[in-house]
Structures are given as C-alpha cells and as structure tokens.
Design a protein around this ligand. Structure first.
Ligand code: PRP
Ligand code: URA
Length: 210
C-alpha cells in the first residue's frame, strides 16, 4: 500500500467505529462519537506538525521547550458530514482556522457537485486537515482537494472514518502528494455507491435527517 496512506488500528478507535456502525445508535451518541473519533484520528495524523523551542519559565527554572510553529493550521470539513469532525480537530488545535467546502453527491450518478467553498487566507503555508467521515467512490474528496490545490493549498491531510477500497485507491492516485488517514478500511461499495458494511448515510446520521 502507498506510504501516504495510514490505516489506523487503535482498539479505542475501532471500538468507537463499531458503535457508530450500529443502526440503533441514535443521533446524539453518533455525533458525540464522531467528535471523539476525530480527536483520536487527529492525534495520529498531526504527529508531524512542526515545532520550535521557546523559552518558558517553570516554577523551578527557565527552559527551552517545544511548541507548535508556523502558520496556524486549517481544518476543512466537506459539508455536511465533515462538520461532525471539526470540533474534534479543534480540541487538538484550538488555534486552527476553519474553511468549508460544500459538496453533495448526485443520488443517481454519484458525481459530486460543489455549492460552497471558503478557505482561510493565505492557505498555502498552512497544514490543512480535510475531514469527511466517509470516502466512498472518492469523488467528493478528490474534488474538494482539487479546489484546495487550485487556491494554493499544499500540505494536505485527508481524514476519513470509513473508506471503501475503490475510493481510497482513486484518491491516492488522483492526489499522490497528500497524506490519507483512514479509521477503518471496509469491504466494498454496493450498487448505490454506499460503503459495505459502512454505517449508512453519515450526514443523515449526524444531523438526524432520516
Ligand atoms: C457523503 C459523505 C462524503 C461523500 C462520500 O456526503 O459525507 O462527502 O458522501 O462519497 P463519495 O466518496 O462517493 O464522493 P453526501 O454527498 O451524502 O452529502 P451530505 O454530507 O451533505 O449528506
Ligand atoms: N456517503 C455516506 O454517507 N455513506 C456511504 O456509505 C457512502 C457515501
């Protein structure tokens, strides 16, 4: 598998993803779990953030100690479902700027359609975490990252809770320079381009719209 793809294995993460999958998990618990999963995934995905030593005075003495360096990172959810992961990443990076990319999949063709894009400026020097719980055909993620690159984004990480092999492969080929973090790699897509076993429609489950 491509070096830029990390399939996360942590038992706490897997446990929470299993609860998400359960069709009897209600909206409130689902939303809470998506946020917690984003924290666990973000902790791994952000392990290479740059640091610089700064002087701090402890109650004992002065020391040089590492703190995050560089331009504030950005978190960019793909609307709607990606919104569920934002607070988790902001728990780790409270200073982050938040952009938004609005895409929906056509129910028949499964092609993504853009309806909104607003990114923090300047985008080119920031580490950018694009978040979306589901990577199915890969169309939405590929298009979202196309937009970010067109606007100058360079250091891009994509975090998804569940991926289908088809979409993961397509995304890694379309954007070989980004880092991809997956909470669980599922079996396949069905004829409606839903992930199997998956968790159903992530947006509907987060927002209680079905
Ligand atoms: C879902 C999901 C992803 C996309 C994945 O969003 O949150 O954005 O589908 O599918 P793909 O990999 O085949 O593009 P959806 O289009 O259902 O919109 P929503 O979040 O507004 O419900
Ligand atoms: N979008 C979802 O929310 N779920 C899927 O299984 C596929 C796309």
């Amino acid at each position: 598998m491509n070096d830029n793809i990390t399939i996360l294995k942590h038992p706490l993460l897997q446990h929470k993803i299993s609860i998400l999958r359960n069709k009897n998990t209600g909206t409130n618990e689902f939303r809470q779990l998506v946020e917690e999963i984003a924290i666990l995934m973000g902790y791994e995905a952000l392990s290479d953030l740059p640091t610089e030593d700064v002087e701090v005075e402890t109650p004992i003495e002065k020391c040089m100690t590492p703190m995050l360096a560089g331009k504030k990172p950005a978190v960019v959810p793909i609307l709607r479902a990606g919104l569920g992961m934002v607070n988790g990443i902001l728990t780790l990076l409270p200073m982050a700027k938040v952009g938004h990319i609005g895409l929906y999949r056509d129910p028949v063709t499964h092609e993504p359609h853009e309806y909104y894009c607003k990114l923090p400026d300047p985008i080119e020097l920031r580490t950018i975490c694009v978040v979306d719980p589901m990577l199915a055909t890969g169309g939405s993620a590929i298009e979202a990252i196309d937009f970010i690159k067109q606007r100058g984004g360079k250091k891009i990480k994509f975090l998804c809770i569940i991926a289908a092999p088809e979409g993961l492969d397509k995304l890694a080929k379309a954007h070989p320079d980004i880092q991809i973090y997956v909470g669980h790699l599922d079996r396949e897509l069905n004829e409606n381009a839903y992930i199997c076993p998956g968790l159903g429609d992530a947006g509907d489950r987060i927002f209680g719209t079905k």
